[in-house]
Design a protein around this ligand. Structure first.
Ligand SMILES: O=C(O)c1ccccc1NCC(=O)[C@H](O)[C@H](O)COP(=O)(O)O
Length: 262
């Protein structure tokens, strides 16, 4: 059983609990800039910065991190979006973290979780997210399509995550507008920025779609590499969580977009 299988098994239990609790998530008015529009119009590579206490591949990263302080530091440094890991079992995050961040920053806010059921989308929206993540590797085509449609109907942006060309084709089949390549193989934990370059070769850079590179971004050279491949943004967790100066580290990643793909 891979770690992704284990996480999905845990999510099924959480979904059952949520459904059984008959909870009705309160409506929360979202007035945040659209991540999609922000990325389309940006002249420089944008940073989606992540609140990440721990991970299956690295264990503890920043156990005592305060999500509010971290989010304010990201916002003040010019992040385009803040990603909050809400999974508790494997990442030591929570929906309380997401709601706390929602209360203090006005930019796009990504609920970073392993979504397999619409009730998790309701929960994400209720906690203040304006963007949700759908991981192609974790979903069959029908569920992927219906969750994507449901999130759009609620007015949420959707980051559709792929790790292979085959998964890219599945993301394009649902007409996903924001597609992220995770440089980390969620089954083996291997991280390789070449994955972004490989998938960029097959990516339809057009007026409609934005391309994001996720994971394993540590320095401006990595950011340059993502930008050269055509990325509009990088999603960065561990390196920013470990940084002594979030401001300097984040700003150094905001390199010029490059080439005909930008
Ligand atoms: O980070 C992990 O170990 C991990 C393991 C299994 C599933 C997902 C995992 N991470 C989620 C992410 O995609 C990253 O948190 C995100 O892209 C930031 O990555 P990084 O900058 O390398 O911390």
């Amino acid at each position: 059983m891979t770690i992704l299988d284990k996480i999905i098994a845990q999510k099924k239990i959480e979904v059952e609990r949520l459904l059984a609790s008959n909870v009705i998530f309160p409506e929360r008015e979202i007035s945040r800039p659209s991540l999609y529009k922000t990325l389309r119009k940006a002249k420089k590579l944008q940073v989606i910065s992540e609140m990440k206490r721990a991970s299956p591949s690295k264990g503890l990263i920043a156990e005592g991190a305060n999500p509010v302080k971290q989010a304010i530091a990201y916002y003040e440094a010019g992040a385009a979006c803040i990603s909050v890991l809400t999974d508790n079992e494997f990442f030591k995050g929570s929906f309380e973290d997401l709601a706390a961040v929602a209360d203090v920053v006005p930019i796009a806010l990504l609920c970073k979780d392993f979504i397999i059921h619409p009730i998790q989308i309701d929960q994400a929206k209720s906690a203040g997210a304006s963007v949700i993540l759908l991981i192609v590797a974790a979903l069959d085509d029908q569920t992927l399509g219906s969750l994507y449609t449901y999130a759009n109907e609620l007015g949420l942006d959707v980051l559709v995550e792929v790790h292979s060309v085959e998964e890219l084709q599945r993301a394009l089949a649902i007409d996903a507008k924001i597609i992220g390549v995770n440089n980390r193989d969620l089954r083996t934990f291997e991280v390789d920025l070449a994955q972004t370059e490989l998938i960029a070769e097959q990516f339809p850079f057009d007026e409609e779609r934005v391309f994001i590179s996720e994971s394993g971004i540590w320095n401006p050279e990595d950011a340059e590499r993502a930008a050269k491949a055509g990325a509009s943004a990088v999603l960065v967790g561990e390196s920013l969580m470990r940084s002594d100066s979030v401001k300097d580290a984040l700003r150094a990643l905001q390199v010029e977009k490059q080439g005909i793909r930008s």
